[in-house]
Ligand binder design. Structure first.
Ligand SMILES: *[C@@H]1O[C@H](CO)[C@@H](O)[C@H](O)[C@H]1NC(C)=O
Ligand SMILES: *[C@@H]1O[C@H](CO)[C@@H](O)[C@H](O)[C@H]1NC(C)=O
Ligand SMILES: *[C@@H]1O[C@H](CO)[C@@H](O)[C@H](O)[C@H]1NC(C)=O
Length: 602
């Protein structure tokens, strides 16, 4: 570990031009939306973008087995063979795994689903982070699993292109990968590296933030393509107007607030925020309800022995989840697989599930008709209550913040926005606001990411999500804690000082670098300068050891070929883009150095 000490920060006279590399000639932009529950892709040619930006191709016919379930996206799940080589992705993986389970041949295979959440709020994410497979007793490196998924979607898209548009090289494709805006820098870097392992060149890849992308899509959508509210013509996107984007996905709820500027550019008004209140929480509540009826051991047995029945039950719920309405009375019927009834009998010494339900507190709310269990809609609606309350409360908190003054519109996007229950919760709690929902809310993110790829300059500034700073050593001052005091060559020094680069909530222009700082190594023989980076949720932390602070990673600047005297370097970072960037140069010679972040050093 090389310790660095700060020198006089010099004023910036450096109008940086970091964003230019993205303006290069992009014949085709392709976006991959790697979601918690569902994934998809979309693309458009530059020539289309210029004449009809709405012309964006997606694969909207993912077919689920013999069930004739056709969907706009495919489930995010991956199956690996016993030797850990890739087998399949999406519906195919789900069905193959269920089939293997039926033959009791699945135990050596690796099946992963809903693993994207492992990157959310993970402050110790590293390249070696492992995730458990479906069985819970086998693990694989998460980065490997993500890269399998990205590679599958990439290859699928390339094949799609080859079959319809000849004469295109893979190097002509510019890729965009979407991530939640609330993700931290480690998770973004993790995805970029996974994409690189999947064969997407670093220079051909951009990261786009999901709610921002969705907003870009809503802006160009004609009025008739909204199920609620309306698009551009109605003035929602005219200069001066302010709106909130609520991207309600399977895993996370991801919120951003934007203002439209003159010239149709966008500015972020409130730092991205949200939480883990996605649609899968409702699925979990549904399974919990079933557990309460049949008991945990029965569910364990059922999940273990009857994968394909479990899959059917969840798919059925997925469909009913979207359509159940807040004013629904009566009951909703679910086909209960015979294997579940049998598991119940086995575990309960032959007791009959139908009779047993009558003895539970649910007797009044459920009854059987044939192989269907009919459940009071009041109970089904309950499954949404906690989740929608969390979402509504969070939206209220943001709207009550002074920076949101003047926001009069909520854009609802993401697959979970397609649920009538959620739509209604937002509409009733924000009846004074205009609620806008595009027809294909679940595709808004991936289509918007294509638009973002063609023209990333649309978003001109963002709000810093954290206070970012560097851990430095400086002269000891009165008031510094004694336990941070140590001596170097007879002088008192203070360690663990938080040297702030940008403050939480601060507006930062895209491409603008703030406070270039000089550093030099404490020891003259180091080969590289390593600058430890910290984030904080406080506006002005003093020491990196405070509870609000977390180690984010490091900046590494190799010093190869520089003489000892020249080892003083100037480091500058940009915070306004979808990813942070860093540049460094030797102070004396102004020679550029290859500086890099490593946010996965945990
Ligand atoms: C979409 O993907 C499915 C499944 O791989 C494939 O059968 C279909 O041909 C694709 N559709 C298009 C338009 O390429
Ligand atoms: C893994 O197993 C499959 C099926 O047996 C085989 O086709 C594949 O070549 C194997 N891969 C490796 C890396 O051994
Ligand atoms: C939203 O509105 C519903 C219906 O009026 C109400 O029951 C609920 O408490 C509200 N939620 C929040 C978080 O205020």
């Amino acid at each position: 570990m090389a310790y660095c000490q700060e020198y006089d920060p010099k004023d910036s006279n450096n109008d940086s031009d970091f964003s230019v590399s993205y303006k290069s000639n992009k014949i085709l932009v392709a976006a991959i939306d790697f979601g918690t529950t569902f994934s998809g892709y979309a693309f458009s040619f530059k020539s289309w973008f210029e004449t009809d930006p709405n012309k964006i191709v997606t694969n909207s016919t993912w077919v689920a087995g013999q069930k004739n379930l056709i969907s706009l996206k495919t489930p995010t799940c991956i199956l690996l063979q016993p030797n850990k080589s890739f087998h399949s992705f999406g519906y195919e993986a789900e069905e193959k795994y269920a089939e293997l389970a039926l033959e009791e041949e699945h135990e050596d295979w690796y099946f992963f689903k809903r693993f994207k959440m492992s990157l959310f709020n993970n402050t110790t994410l590293s390249r070696d982070t492992e995730i458990p497979d479906d069985s819970g007793n086998k693990k694989m490196p998460a980065q490997k699993i993500f890269s399998h998924g990205i590679r599958f979607l990439k290859n699928h898209l390339v094949k799609h292109l080859e079959s319809s548009h000849t004469g295109l090289n893979e190097s002509d494709i510019h890729w965009v990968l979407t991530v939640p805006a609330i993700w931290n820098d480690s998770a973004k870097q993790f995805m970029r590296e996974a994409a690189s392992q999947a064969g997407i060149k670093d220079t051909h890849l951009m990261i786009s933030l999901e709610p921002e992308a969705a907003a870009m899509y809503c802006r160009i959508l004609p009025v008739e393509k909204f199920v609620s509210g309306g698009g551009g013509n109605l003035g929602v996107f005219k200069p001066g107007s302010k709106y909130m984007v609520a991207d309600l996905g399977g895993g996370t709820v991801d919120i951003t607030v934007q203002e439209v500027l003159e010239g149709d550019n966008l500015k972020e008004l409130h730092k991205a925020s949200g939480g883990a209140w996605g649609g899968t929480k409702v699925d979990e509540n549904f399974m919990q309800m079933i557990v309460k009826v049949v008991g945990e051991p029965v569910i364990q047995r059922f999940k273990c022995d009857s994968k394909s029945d479990e899959l059917d039950l969840l798919r059925e719920f997925e469909i009913k989840k979207r359509s159940i309405r807040p004013d629904a009375t009566g009951k909703t019927a679910f086909r209960i697989p015979i294997s579940l009834t049998e598991a119940f009998e086995e575990i309960n010494n032959g007791a009959d599930l139908r009779q047993s339900i009558k003895q539970t507190p649910y007797a009044k709310h459920m009854n059987w008709v044939g192989d269907k269990l009919k459940v009071d809609n009041a109970m089904i609606k309950e499954l949404f209550t906690k989740v929608s309350d969390s979402i509504v409360q969070h939206l209220k908190d943001i709207l009550n913040n002074p920076v949101s003054r003047g926001v009069d519109t909520i854009l609802m996007v993401g697959g979970f926005s397609e649920c009538a229950m959620i739509q209604e919760a937002i509409k009733t709690n924000f009846s004074h606001m205009k609620i806008i929902i595009p027809e294909d809310a679940g595709l808004a993110v991936v289509k918007g990411a294509v638009l973002f790829g063609h023209n990333p300059a649309t978003i001109v500034s963002r709000k810093a999500k954290y206070t970012y700073g560097v851990k430095i050593t400086r002269d000891f001052k009165e008031g510094d804690p004694q336990d941070k005091k140590y001596q170097v060559k007879g002088r008192n020094k203070c360690s663990d000082v938080f040297s702030k680069h940008v403050e939480i909530g601060q507006t930062v222009k895209v491409g603008e670098s703030l406070n270039p700082q000089s550093y030099f190594p404490l020891h003259s023989d180091v080969e590289e300068v390593v600058v430890p980076l910290y984030i904080s949720t406080d506006e002005d932390p003093s020491y990196t050891t405070e509870p609000s602070c977390n180690y984010l990673g490091k900046i590494v600047v190799p010093l190869k070929g520089s003489s000892v005297k020249d080892k003083e370097i100037v480091v500058q970072m940009t915070f306004g883009g979808t990813e942070m960037t860093v540049e460094a140069e030797e102070k004396k010679s102004s020679k550029k150095l290859r500086a890099q972040f490593d946010f996965l050093d945990h």
